[in-house]
Structure formats: C-alpha cells, structure tokens
Ligand binder design. Structure first.
Ligand code: WT7
Length: 635
C-alpha cells in the first residue's frame, strides 16, 4: 500500500491511524520516498508546545526548488508547469514548461545574487499575478533568501509596515497591474511606501502594463534586461530543514500584522502530500486555484504543492467579472481544467448572475471542486455542486490558515463522502480537539467548542518574525499544550467537523482575514474621530461586511456625515487597502463598555446583524444607556 496516494475510505482510516500512532515513522516514510534530499535528517520530530519549539527533519539539507523543478526535468522537461492566463482574454495564454521554468528561475536567482541578495536576506515581492511572481518566489527559495510576498492590493502604508517589520533589503515589483478594465499604478504605491523604508537598497521592476513610471537612479532597475543577460543555470543553495523559506503576514486581532515564518522541509512535505490527495491530482491533469499568490493559498496550492508533484498549475491574472461573469468558466473550458479551487465569496458573487454565464461553457473536464477561506453556506454549496460540478464533482471544503501552511480538515474526494458546509475529517496526521470554556477537551460527538490541534504537523508556522513571545501568546497559551486556531467548530454524530467561524476579533471579509484593531487605529487617525469600534455583520456575497461605530470629536463645525464616511473609508484605503473598507458607518455618542473599559463587541455585533431579540445582560455596563441610542439609530 502506498501511503502517499489515498484512494479508499478504509485506506484513509488506516493511514490516519498510523499517522497518529506513529507520526515519526509515518512522515519519515513519506519524506524518504517522495522527495530529494541533499542530506538525510537525524531526527524526524522534536517539539515542545510550551516553549514553543517545533522542528521537523532536523539535520536534513535540501532545496525546495530542486524538488519543485530540477527533479522533474528528466521526465517532464517539456510538460507545462505553469499556464499563465492573462487578464485580457485576447492576449494569448503562456505555457511555461518545467524546462523553461528552470531557466527562468535560475536567471532570476542570478539577478538577485548580482544585486547583492544573500541567503537569509528578506526580499519583498509586490507583484500582480504574472509569471515573474512565480519566478521571483522560486528564485528566492533557490538562493535561500526569505521571500515576503505582499498582496498587490495592499496600500503603501501596509506595504511599508511589512517591509520594515522584517527588514527587507530588496523589493521586486512591476510598473503596473491589470484588474479587469483598470490599470493600477503599482510602482507609484511602492515609491510612496519606500519613503519610509530606508532598508531597501534595490527595486527590481517587471514591465507589465507599460504605463509611465519614475525610476530612481541607482536604486530602481528594470528586471527584463537583467534577466536577459543573466546565466540560465544556478546551483541551488543547500538549506537546512528548519531554515526559513518565507514570511507571510496575516492579521491578528490586535496590533500590527504577524509575520508568520514557514520553514523548508516540513512545509514542502506537507503541502505536496495534501495537494496530491485533496485534489486527487493525476499526471496530465490541469489544476487551477484562483487565489492570489499574495495569500497562503497561492503559496501552498499554486506554487509549492503542485510543483512538488510535477503538476500543471494555472495562474490567472484577472478577475471573475471581466470581460463578463463567465470568465472563470471560459478559462475552465479553454484549458480543460480538472481541479478548480476557489473561495465561497467568488461562488456567491457568480451565483447572483445569470446561469447562462455557466451553461454557455463546456465544464465536463472538471473532476474536483474546492472551497477555501471561510465557511461555505449551504446555498452557495448547492449552487457550486449543481451548476459547476453538475452533481458529479465532489466539493472539498478545505479548512486551514496562514499559520497552518497546508490544509488541515477536508474531505478527500471520491474517498470521504461530503456533506454541505462540513469540512468533514482531519487530514492525515492532524489531531484536532474541541475545547470548552474551562479549558478542557470535549470528547464525544455532537459537541461544539473551540478548535485546537494537539500534535505538531510538518507545515506549521514556527514563529512570528522577530516576536516569538507573541507567537507563544497568540497560539499556545489559551489551552495548555495545544495550538489554538481562533476558530469555533462542531463535531457531528459521525465525527465530521464543521467550522462555525472566528471566536476572536478577526473578521473574514470576502475570504480576507481582517483584524479589527488595525482598522480602528486607522479610523481613529482621522482628525474628526475620537474613538471607534468595528464589528462584522452577515453579507450575502462577502460572507461578512464591516460595520463601524464611530464617536466624533465635538470640536469644530458640524461636518456633512456622508463626506465624513467617504473620508474615513479613504483613510482606511490608504492605510490598509480597499479590502478593509466599511460597508456601514454609524456615528454614535458612546460605545458600550465594561467597567474595566473594554468595548462590549458582543452587543455591537448583535445590533449590526439586526439580531436584537436577546441582548443579554447589559446591566454590568458602565454606560447601558448608549445601547438604546445605538440600537435606535442603527443602519
Ligand atoms: C481563517 C484563516 C487558509 C486559506 C485562506 C485563509 C477561515 C479558512 C475555511 C473553511 C471555514 C475557513 C477560518 C480560518 N477559513 N478556510 N473551509 N471553512 N472557515 O487563510 O487568511 O489565514 O484565514 O479563514 O476562520 O481561521 P487565513
């Protein structure tokens, strides 16, 4: 029996049992049989959730790009590694073979080295979904530089904060980016950010849109001529198993974004293994994940997981609505996509449009459908299943996080029977636990609680860049000896898990993880604002939308409220990005607070969701009278 590819339910249970009873033997076999190593490990696992310290495959040496590229060359040199589908459907798609990918990544690695990047340096990548993004990520990995990809929808301020937090010395960007009909001036956003980033010595600029940009002498360089002149081979750096591979920022409920650090060996093994099984990828298949590489989904399941399996992975530059709402299905038909992985928010947006957009295209190539990023509601699940999968493609509802590196709870298609809205069973090696308010594990079925993981898995983040204490406090102190996810979940009668949503102050809007604190900080910087509180409320496309309660300063003239709302959203757009804009802004005279001064978000959440039948006990509030006022004027 090959434990690498699971094909039946009994096999799943058998392999799962082995992975839990003898995790070290289990992962050792997977690592040994399916990857290439420069040097073997001394110890498979060393861990202590108290410190916390987690090490997988210690002593081993490898380079992840040798596993993702070089080792496929003897058999797959002319096979397509990446299909690039541009924003504009008139522009031809590119089929980048494994041979070509090797050449491009090597050239890019040589350019980075010539420009002074060394092993361990941090390189910021701020690029649209163009092939150079994949080359840049892999080139960093090849020379041992730590990539920090920042989603190219973030503002200058958000970009600068991420560059400075991990002290990047280079940024790779482009002149502009296409999004539907729009051309965005990326380089200008970078120029503004760099005014406060003294550590950046070099800016490499890919040409994409051809819009006019300014280039700063000695600092800014066009990428293309450098690549053309670079040598097309590059000896991959030997990396220790636990050397950092990348940093990726995610929002926390408080304070600045957390730079989650992922390391080389465990991340590679787990993303490859989950990709193979959860998408049931077979040689020759075309796989498409619609996420942006700026998020963990793109890192693990557009780049590393698929390429480690020698797969063909599609990179899409555009948006689901351009030139019309049939774009996704047109791409599926055009490239005969077999596995399609997207987010519930995209499904809900498309489900609102005319069915003709779906029915026009031949979707018969599809075999597996995936969902990720937030709970998928029943209606969206059925729409996806009936209209896209035609009832024959299992939906894998994959639950995981930036911190977990790979998929944690998910059906295995054709193996695990699916149930709408359930992520179903833990993946191989994953040991979930539901915890009660007293910090005790809840056993049995038909229970709900807070979702923790009891045992390490290979792709878990090892720390927060520059702040190990915060890593411990955020994930390992709520429940002793367990990793706390921040999510609530229930376990049904057959042991299936259903994720019920965040139990902290993180709000998932259109699948984007947003912390309330940074948004509130940005609102509070508006000169007219005294204080604010943000909560989420249900939205039929975004899943959740943001509702802001804002107290104005009393000084100065009475301002036009709608203008103020615009200015507040403008402020948020500049400081964080348009994804964090508020749908509703209510001006209030006070916020409900406990006697210790903490905002009672529970009450605000109820008002924002129009669920005010039972407000709970408000008598302990410092200012119970504001609740009535806020409720009466709610939007
Ligand atoms: C949070 C993590 C990991 C990929 C993208 C998001 C929510 C993610 C599901 C799902 C219900 C989900 C959780 C999680 N989430 N997938 N299938 N069902 N909720 O990564 O930005 O780190 O967000 O997304 O709340 O904690 P992220």
């Amino acid at each position: 029996m090959s434990n690498y590819h699971i094909k039946h339910l009994e096999e799943y249970f058998q392999v799962y049992r082995k992975s839990v009873q003898r995790p070290e033997t289990f992962w050792e076999e997977i690592a040994e049989e399916h990857f290439v190593w420069r040097k073997r490990w001394n110890k498979v696992l060393d861990w202590d959730f108290k410190k916390p310290e987690i090490k997988w495959f210690e002593g081993a040496e490898l380079n992840i790009t040798e596993n993702c590229i070089d080792r496929h060359l003897p058999t797959r040199k002319n096979k397509t590694a990446i299909i690039f589908e541009p924003n504009n459907p008139e522009e031809p798609a590119q089929h980048i073979t494994y041979g070509k990918l090797h050449e491009k990544v090597c050239r890019m690695a040589n350019v980075l080295k010539e420009q002074g990047v060394k092993k361990g340096d941090r390189v910021c990548i701020y690029l649209p979904m163009i092939p150079e993004l994949a080359y840049a990520v892999l080139a960093c990995a090849r020379i041992g530089a730590i990539h920090s990809v920042v989603f190219a929808g973030f503002s200058s301020n958000a970009l600068a904060a991420r560059i400075n937090d991990c002290e990047c010395n280079m940024i790779i960007t482009s002149d502009g980016s296409y999004r539907g009909k729009k051309v965005l001036d990326l380089k200008k956003i970078v120029d503004v950010a760099l005014k406060t980033c003294p550590g950046i010595k070099k800016v490499l600029v890919a040409k994409r849109t051809g819009n006019k940009i300014s280039m700063k002498k000695d600092r800014d360089l066009w990428l293309q001529p450098l690549l053309d002149n670079a040598y097309a081979d590059f000896d991959a750096e030997r990396m220790a198993a636990e050397d950092p591979l990348f940093i990726l920022y995610t929002s926390g409920s408080t304070g600045k974004p957390k730079g989650m650090v992922h390391t080389c060996a465990g991340y590679m093994v787990y993303t490859a293994y989950t990709f193979k099984n959860i998408f049931q990828y077979k040689d020759g298949d075309v796989y498409w994940c619609t996420a942006d590489i700026g998020w963990i989904t793109g890192h693990s399941y557009i780049i590393y997981g698929p390429l480690a399996n020698g797969a063909t992975t599609l990179m899409f530059e555009g948006v689901p609505s351009y030139p019309d709402y049939g774009r996704f299905w047109e791409v599926v038909q055009k490239h005969k996509v077999n596995q399609f992985y997207t987010a519930p928010t995209a499904i809900r947006a498309l489900a609102k449009e005319n069915l003709d957009y779906v029915e026009k295209y031949d979707l018969s190539s599809l075999r597996v459908l995936g969902s990720v990023g937030e709970p998928i509601n029943e209606e969206a699940w059925h729409w996806y299943n009936n209209n896209v999968g035609k009832g024959k493609s299992p939906i894998v509802d994959t639950w995981w996080q930036t911190e977990t590196g790979g998929i944690m709870i998910s059906p295995i298609p054709f193996v695990t029977p699916t149930t709408p809205t359930y992520a179903t069973l833990p993946f191989i090696g994953i040991q979930p636990a539901l915890m009660n308010e007293e910090g005790k594990e809840i056993s049995g079925v038909q229970v709900d609680g807070r979702l923790c993981i009891k045992f390490p898995w290979p792709s878990m983040a090892r720390t927060i860049w520059g702040n190990h204490d915060r890593y411990r406090d955020t994930y390992f102190t709520a429940y002793e000896d367990k990793y706390f996810t921040g999510d609530g979940a229930l376990r049904d009668a057959v042991g299936y898990y259903r994720i019920t949503g965040r139990v902290d102050d993180v709000i998932i809007v259109s699948g984007h993880n947003l912390g309330t604190a940074p948004i509130e900080d940005s609102i509070n910087e508006h000169p007219a604002v005294a204080e604010s509180a943000i909560v989420g409320f249900p939205h039929d496309v975004k899943g959740n939308a943001l509702y802001g309660f804002v107290i104005l300063k009393e000084v100065g003239e009475v301002r036009d409220r709608d203008n103020l709302r615009k200015e507040i959203n403008q402020q948020i757009t500049e400081q964080i990005g348009p994804i964090a804009k508020l749908d509703k802004i209510q001006f209030v005279s006070g916020l409900p607070k406990t006697r210790s001064g903490k905002i009672m978000r529970r009450i605000l959440r109820k008002i924002a969701s129009k669920d005010t039948s039972n407000m709970g006990d408000i008598s302990t509030l410092l200012n119970p009278e504001v609740v009535e006022e806020i409720h009466k004027n709610s939007l």
